[in-house]
Ligand binder design. Structure first.
Ligand SMILES: Nc1ncnc2c1ncn2[C@@H]1O[C@H](COP(=O)(O)OP(=O)(O)OP(=O)(O)O)[C@@H](O)[C@H]1O
Length: 308
């Protein structure tokens, strides 16, 4: 039987008249890296804050690591780590002082604390920077320190709210290596992002829009079950072609990618290339090929963006 780190049922969170999350159901298996993908303002941070007990849901049930939230949030606090996009570090303290401070908050004894600081500095490549003040550090260094701080007390469950938005692709890749290491050791990770490539690395994924989960599952399964075929078209006048194509109900979306138009066509059309040639005379001699689905296609298919 699958054990779940997080189970949320029909969770609603309102701010006054505004509904930020609207009936979310979520089951996150233990040890899983679970992604939350969605545009700015769709409710990702509100969901995380509700799951950690920082916000109380307006209605619905939340169970995290066997604890009923928000009632048992205080007990949960010791079992989770939480890293936000702002990194939440103390600028005037050095690298090791930041870790020491966090360890003290979690009530670690002096000897254990010193040993853990040494471990964390080594794991996150911060040995050389131990005396460095945070204010003089680069985005990538701050990110590593922030992850070291969030995992000081060896949490069972780690919440990461857009942790890579302030760093370059190389640092992002290194950061993901660290996440896979943590996952290998059994840590459950819930991470929010609006980067497609990052979402593809997750074991499971929920796609969120306007406070609602539009789809969830393994990235591969989501891509397989999209209900569309993808054709890439290379021809002239792509802008005009796009406007013509999206008038048809059979076409879910069309987006220009460089010199090609990526066209998502409903799966009930069995031979989409022949269909395009026969329905649109301007495509008679166009170069067309079937493309592999991407997570961006899934996103477009399950959210309102496909209807534009
Ligand atoms: N304390 C609050 N009071 C009122 N409205 C809020 C509050 N917190 C969030 N909201 C609103 O709820 C919606 C969801 O916000 P949230 O921060 O959860 O989105 P998000 O998906 O995390 O976005 P981002 O990627 O920009 O962080 C937004 O419209 C936001 O303005």
């Amino acid at each position: 039987m699958t054990e779940f780190a997080i189970q949320a049922t029909d969770v609603v969170k309102k701010f006054g008249d505004f509904t930020a999350i609207d009936g979310i159901n979520l089951s996150v298996p233990k040890g899983c890296i679970y992604g939350f993908l969605g545009p700015n303002g769709c409710g990702k941070s509100t969901t995380i804050r509700t799951l950690t007990g920082l916000l109380s849901p307006t209605s619905g049930q939340v169970n995290v690591l066997g604890l009923s939230i928000p009632k048992e949030s205080e007990a949960l606090r010791l079992k989770i780590g939480y890293m936000t996009q702002k990194f939440s570090l103390y600028d005037d303290l050095s690298v090791e002082e930041n870790l020491e401070f966090i360890g003290q908050i979690f009530g670690m004894e002096k000897q254990t604390l010193l040993q853990r600081i040494t471990e964390q500095l080594s794991t996150y490549g911060l040995d050389q920077l131990r005396k460095q003040r945070v204010s003089g550090m680069s985005g990538g260094q701050k990110q590593r320190l922030s992850l070291a701080a969030a995992t000081m007390h060896k949490p069972e469950l780690l919440f990461l709210d857009e942790p890579t938005s302030a760093v370059d692709p190389e640092n992002r890749r290194d950061f993901w290596e660290q996440l896979f290491d943590l996952s290998d050791k059994g840590t459950t990770i819930l991470i929010t992002t609006h980067y497609m490539d990052e979402a593809e690395r997750c074991h499971r994924l929920a796609i969120m829009e306007s406070g609602v989960i539009r789809a969830d599952g393994e990235p591969e399964t989501l891509m397989a079950n999209m209900g569309v075929n993808i054709v890439e078209v290379k021809t002239d006048n792509l802008r005009a072609l796009k406007n013509t194509l999206i008038q048809r109900n059979e076409i879910r979306s069309a987006a220009q990618i460089g010199i090609r138009l990526r066209v998502l066509i409903h799966q009930d059309i069995s031979d989409p290339i022949s269909w395009l040639r026969s329905e649109f005379p301007e495509l008679k001699d166009a170069e067309m090929n079937i493309a592999r689905p991407s997570l961006e296609d899934v996103f477009v298919t399950v959210t309102g963006k496909g209807r534009q």
